[in-house]
Design a protein around this ligand. Structure first.
Ligand code: URP
Ligand code: ZN
Ligand code: ZN
Length: 453
């Protein structure tokens, strides 16, 4: 007799689709079989059973300038659960002068108190951390195995600094994750556009051209290769970057890449909406043309991406609209955490652009494997019982008022989706129970990301 049995579902993994039961004991997957008996049985007939989804790029309660992204670790992880996500990776952003260990302890204290699901943390290495590269092996032992390097914003690193950071992370066996854009060109184009009076969000993507996102990705791939490091490219927005990644993969370089729902579902014409509506979808890299969006789907179907995460980083309408005098004053970031798994199923599997197993691989299995979340992302005996029972027939319309996310708006408003989680299970606990959220604040545990090869 198992604590919990998920019975007669279609079990979808990254490599197979089978029918059967999953037996769970003490928070772990204990058996895979037929006619298992449990103290509680979830009837999964007609449903898909997948690993819990893993979102390896989220910014919860992240300070940016005078604002902080809207969802805290409680609201954000509640939204994650309702969307079928059972593990996230957020960020530590150390203050200049703060040790990496102190910054990690501070961020963990916030997350430990609030997160309802298990979480890991990437360590940011900005210009203010370049004198702390010797702390990298120690912080990896403490559980931060991945390191965020920016090529944009105030935190951007010059090429020589990137080389030093990548060398240090590579030598320690860590995984660098990179925001790749050409900051010098972006600054020049922003200045030029604003001087000409081109201040509306329409000019946001036109100041961050696809060519220079690709140039930056190609450049950091070369720098990483010279430094002897792997590199994972975050939030790829367009096919030109895919070309760089694909070229690097063909050469056998250890390069991986992520894209996000916003680049697969939304397009840059949203920036042409009036007033704050045009400001809401501002994010970086920006949304692109419909042609680029379609090509990204093709790349996804061809296996050129490794992960789909969200870069969830929303700000409320008042913050987005606080200063519309120029597009570069709008805080960047959109919410996607709660719709990711459903949207990728509905728009990807439903439209036959990716298979069910690719969906699971991109949203669950490879994210867990890449970041060394050893107990997550797969349905095998002995792993954590992080599972989703997903109704592939459930039709619903995305509307901000019904989401758990707290931004109060969503760029996906009105999107019709088919497929939604009914049960989300984390370490054997049913956190989403027939669509009803039931989880204790702070039950989530810190996950060490073990990225050493
Ligand atoms: O505009 C975005 N994407 N904001 C979040 C921070 C980042 O660049 O990942
Ligand atoms: Zn970024
Ligand atoms: Zn991000």
């Amino acid at each position: 007799m198992y604590d919990l049995v998920i019975a007669k579902g279609k079990i979808v993994t990254s490599t197979s689709v089978t029918e059967g039961d999953i037996g769970i004991n003490n928070g772990k997957i204990a058996a895979l079989g037929q006619n298992l008996e449990g103290r509680r049985v979830i009837d999964a007939r007609g449903k898909l059973v997948t690993p819990g989804a893993v979102d390896t790029h989220v910014h919860l309660e992240m300070p940016i300038g005078k604002y902080s992204s809207t969802d805290d670790f409680y609201d954000g992880t509640r939204a994650a659960v309702c969307g079928g996500t059972t593990s996230i990776i957020d960020f530590v952003e150390p203050e200049d002068g703060q040790s990496l260990q102190d910054a990690l302890a501070e961020r963990r204290a916030l997350a430990d108190a609030r997160s309802v699901i298990d979480y890991g943390l990437h360590m940011t290495i900005g210009p203010g951390q370049l004198d702390k590269l010797d702390q990298i092996p120690g912080i990896m032992d403490a559980g931060c195995g991945s390191f965020k390097l920016y090529m944009a914003y105030g935190l951007h690193l010059r090429d020589d600094q990137l080389y030093k950071a990548l060398s240090a992370v590579g030598e320690a066996g860590g995984l660098p994750v990179v925001h790749a854009e050409n900051w010098d060109i972006i600054c020049a184009l922003i200045e030029e556009n604003i001087k000409k009076g081109n201040t509306s969000p329409h000019w946001h993507p036109r100041s961050r051209p696809e060519e220079f996102e690709a140039e930056a990705a190609g450049r950091v791939i070369k720098i990483a290769a010279t430094a002897g490091s792997r590199v994972h490219i975050f939030h790829v927005s367009c096919p030109q970057v895919v070309e760089e990644i694909s070229r690097a993969k063909v050469k056998g370089l250890p390069v991986t890449a992520e894209t996000c729902p916003q680049y697969l579902l939304l397009t840059q014409d949203l920036y042409d909406r009036d007033g704050v509506e045009g400001a809401l979808p501002v994010c970086s890299p920006p949304l692109r043309s419909d042609a680029s969006r379609r090509e990204l789907w093709q790349a996804l179907g061809s296996g050129l991406f490794d992960t789909i995460s969200t870069d969830h980083c929303p700000f409320c309408r008042e913050e987005k609209g606080a200063d519309l005098s120029a597009f570069n004053r709008i805080p960047g970031g959109v919410p996607s955490m709660e719709i990711r798994f459903s949207a990728l199923y509905s728009e990807g599997v439903g439209k036959e652009l990716i298979s069910e197993s690719q969906w699971v691989d991109l949203c669950c299995t490879t994210p867990a494997r890449l970041f060394g979340l050893k107990d997550k992302g797969e349905i095998t005996i002995g792993r954590d019982a992080d599972l989703v029972v997903f109704d592939p027939h459930k039709e619903w319309v995305v509307t901000a008022g019904e989401l758990q996310e707290t931004a109060g708006w969503t760029p996906y408003e009105g999107l019709k989706l088919k497929g939604r989680p009914v049960y989300t299970i984390s370490r054997g606990d049913i956190l989403l129970d027939e669509g009803e959220f039931k989880a204790e604040k702070g039950r989530g545990c810190f996950l060490k990301t073990r990225t050493k090869a």
